[in-house]
Design a protein around this ligand. Structure first.
Ligand code: ADP
Length: 466
C-alpha cells in the first residue's frame, strides 16, 4: 500500500480524504494558497506547502507546482478530490507520466466521459438508454432548431465539457433559441475553454437518480445503490438522500444493472457515478458519468458501511474489490444537507466573512464533513460550501427527523447560510412524501424563503406524520 499521498484539494473533501489515509496508515501532503494559510486541511495534513496566490489558477490548478511538491516529498500517488483538477485528463496524464499514481480513472477514460456529447454516443452504442437529442455536438442555433423540431420542445442546450450546470440553457420557445444558444456557448467557452454545445430533449417532471459505482482493475464492477439528488437549485444539488423513496425494487435493480453496463462499456477503473434522469412513467435515461468522488458520497457510505475513498485508494493500488454485488448490504436511510455561506433571499449571493461561532450538531448517527472552525475566514475565492451534515436513520422518517434536529442544533455565526432554507425544505410536503422533482425546490422557493427567515414551521406541518 502507498505510504504517502498528495491531496490536491482543499476544504471538507481534503479533510475527508485525509481521515481515510490516516486510518490506512498513509501520510498526507497538501498544497495550499496564500489565502488558505490557516485552513484546516493545512493544519491537519502531515505536510503542507504553499504553492501560490488565492486564485485557483495560481494554486490549486497549478499542475506543475502540485506535481513538483508530490515528487519532492516522495508521494506515490495524488488524490484530486472533486472539482478543481479531478476531471482534468491532462492532469491525470501528467501524474502518470511522472511515474506517480492518479487516484481515479485513466486519463483516456476521463477524457472520453468528460466530453458529455461523446459519452452519450458511447452509451447509446452500448445499449444504455440516452435522452433523445443530437448525435454529438451542434455547430449553431439553426442546427439545434432542426433537432428541436424533430424531438419536440422544450429542449436543453448543454455544454459538452459541462459541469455545475454551467453552459446549460432550457429552450421552451423556439424564438429564444438563437439568443440562448449564444449565451450557452459563451458561458461554456469561458468556464471550460470549449464552447461546444449538444442538444437533449428536456424531460419535464423528472427526478435525478444516480448510482455509485466501484470498478477495479481486474474487471470487477459493483454498484453501491442509488441516490436521489432531485432537491436542486439551478440544476445544482442541495439535499441528497439514499435510497430514493419512489424507486420500486424492480426499477432500482434494473437501473443498477444499467449503470454497471455503462461503466463496463467505458472500461472504467475507480469510483464513479452514473447519473440518470427518471421520468414520471418510469423511463430512465443516462445523462453523464462523473469520474470522481462526489459531494454526496457519504450518504452511500452511511447505508453500506463501505468507505468509498478507501476503495478508491485500494483500486488505484491495484487491489481487487473485496466484495461482490450480492454481498453488499444496504441498511436504513441517509440524508445529506449542504450548508453554504450564502444569502438565499438575495439570489443566493455568497457571504464571505469570519466565522465567529460554530457549533456542530452531534449525537447518534450524525456525520459532519467540514473544514470550518470558530475564527476561520471564509474567503470569496472558493466554493461557498462550509459543511455537510449527513445523517442515518433506521428508516426515512427517522432520518428526516434526525436531520431536522441537527439543523436546529447547528450554530453558524459571522456569515449568512442556507440553514433556514434547508430546514423548511425538510417540511415541504413533497420532501415529506419523497416524490419531489428536480424542479420542485425552485417552484416552491418563494414559499420556502417566506418561512426561512423565521426558521419556523407551523404546527400543522410539524405534526405531519413521517
Ligand atoms: P452538470 O454536469 O452541469 O451538473 P448534468 O448533465 O449532470 O449537468 O445535469 C444537471 C441537472 O440538470 C440534472 O440533475 C437535472 O436536474 C437537469 N437536467 C440535465 N439534463 C436534463 C434533461 N435532458 N432533462 C431534464 N433535466 C435535465
Amino acid at each position: 500500500m502507498f505510504k504517502k499521498i498528495l491531496i490536491a484539494n482543499r476544504g471538507e473533501i481534503a479533510i475527508r480524504i485525509m481521515r481515510t489515509c490516516r486510518e490506512m496508515g498513509i501520510d498526507t501532503v497538501v498544497v495550499y494558497s496564500t489565502a488558505d494559510k490557516e485552513a484546516l486541511h493545512v493544519q491537519m495534513a502531515t505536510e503542507a506547502y504553499c504553492i501560490g496566490g488565492p486564485m485557483v489558477k495560481d494554486s490549486y490548478l497549478n499542475q506543475q507546482a502540485i506535481l513538483t511538491i508530490a515528487l519532492a516529498t516522495g508521494c506515490e500517488a495524488i488524490h484530486p478530490g472533486y472539482g478543481l483538477l479531478s476531471e482534468r485528463a491532462d492532469f491525470a496524464h501528467l501524474v502518470t507520466e511522472s511515474g506517480l499514481v492518479f487516484i481515479g480513472p485513466k486519463a483516456e477514460t476521463i477524457s472520453a466521459l468528460g466530453d458529455k456529447a461523446n459519452a452519450r454516443s458511447m452509451m447509446q452504442a452500448a445499449g444504455v438508454p440516452v435522452i433523445p437529442g443530437s448525435d454529438g455536438p451542434v455547430d449553431n442555433a439553426e442546427e439545434a432548431l432542426e433537432i428541436g423540431k424533430k424531438i419536440g420542445f422544450p429542449i436543453l442546450l448543454k455544454a459538452s465539457a459541462g459541469g455545475g450546470g454551467r453552459g446549460m440553457r432550457l429552450i421552451e420557445d423556439k424564438a429564444d433559441l438563437r439568443k440562448l444558444f449564444l449565451e450557452a456557448q459563451a458561458e461554456a467557452e469561458s468556464a471550460f475553454g470549449s464552447g461546444e454545445i449538444y442538444v437533449e430533449k428536456y424531460i419535464t417532471n423528472a427526478k435525478h437518480i444516480e448510482f455509485q459505482i466501484l470498478a477495479d482493475r481486474q474487471g470487477g464492477v459493483v454498484h453501491l445503490g442509488d441516490r436521489d439528488c432531485s432537491w436542486q437549485r439551478r440544476r445544482q444539488k442541495m439535499i441528497e438522500e439514499t435510497p430514493c423513496t419512489t424507486l420500486t425494487p424492480k426499477l432500482r435493480a434494473e437501473m443498477g444493472e444499467m449503470a454497471i453496463k455503462a461503466i463496463k462499456s467505458a472500461n472504467y477503473e475507480g469510483a464513479g457515478t452514473v447519473e440518470f434522469i427518471l421520468d414520471q412513467a418510469g423511463n430512465y435515461y443516462f445523462i453523464e458519468v462523473n469520474t470522481r468522488i462526489q459531494v454526496e458520497h457519504p450518504t452511500t457510505e452511511m447505508i453500506t458501511g463501505i468507505d468509498i475513498v478507501r476503495e478508491q485508494i485500494r483500486i488505484a493500488n491495484g487491489t481487487p474489490l473485496m466484495f461482490k454485488q450480492e454481498e453488499i448490504e444496504f441498511s436504513g436511510h441517509s440524508i445529506e444537507c449542504r450548508i453554504n455561506a450564502e444569502v438565499p433571499s438575495e439570489n443566493f449571493r455568497a457571504s464571505p466573512g469570519t466565522i465567529t461561532n460554530f457549533v456542530m450538531p452531534g449525537g447518534r448517527s450524525v456525520r459532519i464533513d467540514s473544514a470550518v472552525y470558530p475564527g476561520c475566514e471564509i474567503t470569496p475565492y472558493y466554493d461557498s460550501m462550509l459543511t455537510k451534515i449527513i445523517v442515518h436513520g433506521k428508516n426515512r422518517g427517522d432520518a428526516l427527523r434526525r436531520m431536522r434536529r441537527c439543523l436546529e442544533e447547528l450554530i453558524v455565526e459571522g456569515v449568512s447560510t442556507n440553514v433556514g432554507l434547508l430546514y423548511v425544505s425538510l417540511y415541504d410536503l413533497s420532501m415529506i412524501k419523497g416524490d419531489y422533482l428536480t424542479s420542485t425546490m425552485e417552484e416552491n422557493l418563494d414559499d420556502l424563503l417566506g418561512y426561512e427567515s423565521m426558521m419556523r414551521i407551523d404546527d400543522e406541518q410539524r405534526n405531519i406524520k413521517l
